[in-house]
Write a protein that binds this ligand. Sequence first.
Ligand code: FAD
Length: 232
Amino acid sequence: MSIEKFTPNWMTEEHQMVHDSALKMFQSWEPKDEQWRKNGMIDRAAWEEAGAMGFLCASIPEEYGGGGGDFGHEAALLYAQAEANQSGFGGMVHSGIVAPYILSHGTEAQKKEWLPKMATGEYVAAIAMTEPGTGSDLQNIKTYAVKDGDDYIINGSKTFITNGQHANLILLACKTDREKGAQGVSLIVVETDKVEGFERGRNLDKIGLTSQDTSELFSAMYVCRKRICLAQ
Ligand SMILES: Cc1cc2nc3c(=O)[nH]c(=O)nc-3n(C[C@H](O)[C@H](O)[C@H](O)COP(=O)(O)OP(=O)(O)OC[C@H]3O[C@@H](n4cnc5c(N)ncnc54)[C@H](O)[C@@H]3O)c2cc1C
């Protein structure tokens, strides 16, 4: 069956070029797909390949290592990924959700430190909101962070976290004030290699997205020096 090429009307010529070259990369992953599905995750090297090709953080300004594009570039990449049936790559969470949070709310020093590493694939990013007992009703999360000097001590567990096995930068939703409902929720950046007490749980067995590492995460206690607090 031949599939007719369809160009969405929002795509500019440049979006189209990004789409076409990304499609080639995603299609080149096809021979590895069966093994990745068996492994329950794509290879870590695929992230670095995407970074080297300029397909990570495409909408982040060039001064922070990104592609200097707009959200249409992220959409064009996702479109190409879907066309190639590469459902395991969590690039949209990394580039389309976590990177914009850092860009919008990080200090200049934080943006300069984290975004270039995300653009190359040295850092794989995840966002951890959902917990075993809390999904949509985010203000009821139980993960709690207590300030200790310049650090936070965090206790809690998360589940269904996309990129959960590969991620080494996790934007973690937690309560910093239990009395304030939604206003007491903050996002804290956790660089997993730089904290103590962080553990990854099971890579969840799913009926679809079988090459995507959707995982449990735990912290008996971990401390992070750099943080972004939002939603106040
Ligand atoms: C493949 C996959 C990847 C994911 N990746 C991430 C990730 O990277 N990070 C992350 O934090 N989470 C992630 N999630 C979790 C996802 O965000 C949650 O599943 C989602 O927030 C819903 O939560 P829940 O499953 O607990 O469902 P619930 O919140 O328990 O909802 C169950 C049902 O009740 C309905 N419902 C809920 N509240 C109401 C209401 N007030 N009124 C009417 N109906 C309502 C919902 O629409 C739904 O149909 C992922 C999930 C999957 C499956």
